[in-house]
Write a protein that binds this ligand. Structure first.
Ligand SMILES: Cc1cc2nc3c(=O)[nH]c(=O)nc-3n(C[C@H](O)[C@H](O)[C@H](O)COP(=O)(O)OP(=O)(O)OC[C@H]3O[C@@H](n4cnc5c(N)ncnc54)[C@H](O)[C@@H]3O)c2cc1C
Length: 374
């Protein structure tokens, strides 16, 4: 179904990550004219980092026919097994055959950018948005290289430390440190405990660990470690060896495979603090709107950041397809998304939101369903 709202909207998308590329693909499918501006000149490699797109994120990609390339560059897990500090397995939950897909972060960014380009979305790299002002007919976006671009709408898909969030509301809350540092890694070392098709989640006495084995034998692992907050510069200066030692120390002396898996990892290891954004007061102005981590960000406990970003992107495009004026489109988008994402952020931070585990997966987007004004 293409744009029913009449005129084509020229959309300047700030950020070429997950929500930026998916928003642009969905807008293109809705009959609009998106262009993506990504701050970095080349794709971020973040060697060691990986992520998992859950059922609902895959469903949202399917809604715009973009699930295929992601499936081709990822592998599945069919369940999760919980392991206690003494090494005993204490629980298991099935994901089903339609379950989550795991891939390196670099691979996901790459396939989404390649697919968006294939669909005719221009992606301009090395273009960092630094300002945006309404210009009477639409909005003029300013970039760090001194250039300006004009359009009808700016979509802030610019992640956790979003500039567009600050442009919409200079008093918007800054991301909140969750008190945890996350370290991710993958290794092709042999002889490690197998976890093919499953995520093994280990609760150590000081930190949590999860791992899974890819079909080619590589072990993908992450550790969530309580930690005091350090500056962004200090975190950026940690070397792969530094991350490895930090993660290993959290599991030293425990009767679990975690320290061994970490020790068997080379330089494919990456770490950083975890932040969340529980509530962003304003999601839009008449010419600007937020998606993904720019609007809301969750601690990694539910592995939902990417999936929620993808859901947002598709729903925003549906709203801009079906509702002729931007105010009603943005109101409908926020109405469809805010409650769900804020509940997810609360649940990821450990709050009881009154739902059973896995509540978030059963979400379906029907691309052809008509969005009505709220
Ligand atoms: C290492 C790591 C592992 C994670 N693991 C998982 C997981 O397993 N499952 C999961 O669901 N979530 C996971 N997350 C969270 C997930 O990555 C985020 O929720 C998701 O990437 C949000 O997508 P986004 O497009 O909103 O932001 P991002 O993916 O961060 O993309 C934002 C993009 O905007 C660009 N940008 C920033 N500022 C500007 C600007 N001013 N102008 C232009 N471009 C700009 C950035 O360079 C970036 O490319 C993980 C996060 C990290 C860091």
């Amino acid at each position: 179904m293409e744009s029913s709202g009449g005129s084509t909207v020229r959309v300047l998308v700030a950020g070429g990550g997950i929500s930026g590329t998916v928003t642009a693909m969905a807008l293109k499918r809705a009959g609009h004219d998106p262009v993506v501006f990504e701050a970095y000149p080349a794709g971020g490699d973040d060697i060691g980092a990986f992520l998992t797109i859950m059922h609902n994120g895959m469903d949202a990609l399917r809604a715009i026919g973009a699930d295929g390339p992601v499936i081709d560059s990822s592998f599945a897990a069919h369940g999760v097994e919980l392991v206690a500090a003494n090494g005993e397995t204490v629980g298991r939950r099935e994901f089903g055959t339609d379950g989550p897909r795991t891939m390196t972060r670099a691979a996901l960014y790459r396939v989404l950018q390649v697919e968006a380009t294939r669909r005719g979305v221009p992606i301009e790299r090395g273009r960092r948005l630094v300002g945006a002002k309404p210009d009477g007919t639409g909005i003029a976006a300013e970039f760090a290289d001194g250039t300006t671009e004009t359009g009808d709408v700016v979509v802030g898909a610019d992640g956790l430390h979003s500039m567009v969030r600050k442009l919409i509301d200079p008093d918007a809350d800054a991301p909140r440190y969750t008190g945890q540092t996350i370290v991710w890694g993958y290794t092709r070392a042999t002889g490690l405990p197998p976890a093919a098709g499953i995520y093994r989640m280990v609760r150590g006495s000081k930190a949590a660990f999860g791992f899974t084995t890819a079909p080619d034998g590589a072990t993908f692992w992450f550790a969530r470690i309580p930690d005091a907050e350090r500056s962004r510069e200090a975190i950026a200066a940690v070397t792969p060896a530094g991350w490895r030692e930090f993660a290993q120390a959290a599991f030293a002396g425990e009767p679990l495979p975690c320290a061994d898996i970490i020790a068997a990892t080379g330089d494919e290891v990456f770490g950083g603090h975890s932040y969340d954004v529980p509530r962003t007061r304003l999601w839009s102005t008449p010419e600007m709107v937020l998606v993904g981590d720019a609007a809301h960000a969750a601690a990694p406990a539910d592995a939902q950041g990417a999936s929620m970003a993808i859901e947002d992107s598709v729903v925003l495009a549906q709203c801009l397809r079906d509702l002729p004026d931007r105010a009603s489109a943005f109101a409908a988008y926020e109405g469809l998304r805010r409650e769900r994402v804020e509940k997810l952020v609360a649940s990821s931070s450990g709050q009881d939101v009154g739902e059973k585990p896995g509540w978030v997966y059963a979400h379906h987007i029907d691309w052809d369903a008509k969005i009505t004004a709220r």
